[in-house]
Design a protein around this ligand. Structure first.
Ligand code: ZN
Length: 199
């Protein structure tokens, strides 16, 4: 994943001014938090060597959010970015250029939190779209005839096919025709799944 994408610039833009008390002791930069800023968190690209100051709770929150972003797939991020460009969610007014309204009360942590929620939705949408793309209707029907769904992997499909083929084999069923028809359907389904690379 490209950590130097414009998305991350946006996330990292507008760092809150580091608040320093007269005693020269930095405070947590999370909005509304008055605790000591005992922990440093890197501000990121274009701010190398610069840090936010957070209390323990807020540095954890900040870091966990970063870890979450690091785990995102490129597809999910792209999906998110597309989502951001259409700008439709009334609760969030950050424009294409990532500008925050001047009177915004959003600080770095709440900015990340809001984006986190939207990324989560984007990732879900992206995963759903991916499964629809890879498993067409015919494949889904074939999987269903094996008693499986679109989440089944090759091993699962093969194992299920073997199990059903064995169970339905005429030698074991004293020539029961209905079972033969069922066996034929299972074989057709399995061959179809193999032909499209799913089995
Ligand atoms: Zn704090």
């Amino acid at each position: 994943m490209n950590l130097n994408s414009p998305l991350f610039d946006k996330i990292r833009s507008k760092p809150a001014a580091e608040e320093v008390r007269p005693d020269n002791e930095p405070r947590c930069q999370h909005m509304g938090c008055a605790r000591k800023g005992e922990f440093k968190a890197p501000k990121g690209r274009d701010h190398e060597g610069q840090f936010f100051r957070f209390c323990l709770d807020h540095v954890r929150e900040y870091n966990s959010t970063y870890n979450y972003f690091a785990g995102m797939s490129d597809a999910a991020l792209q999906s998110y970015q597309k989502d951001a460009l259409t700008g439709h969610r009334p609760t969030w007014n950050v424009g294409v250029n990532g500008s925050v309204p001047p009177d915004s009360k959003l600080d770095a942590a709440s900015l990340l939190r809001a984006r986190l929620e939207r990324l989560r939705r984007a990732r879900e949408a992206s995963a759903t779209a991916a499964s629809r793309r890879t498993v067409g209707k015919a494949a889904l029907k074939a999987l269903e005839s094996l008693g499986l769904d679109e989440t089944a992997d090759k091993d699962t499909i093969r194992a299920r096919f073997k199990e059903l083929a064995k169970r339905l084999h005429p030698d074991l069923n004293e020539g029961d025709r209905s079972r033969e028809d069922k066996l034929r359907a299972i074989i057709d389904a399995y061959n179809y799944l193999k032909s499209v690379g799913l089995a």
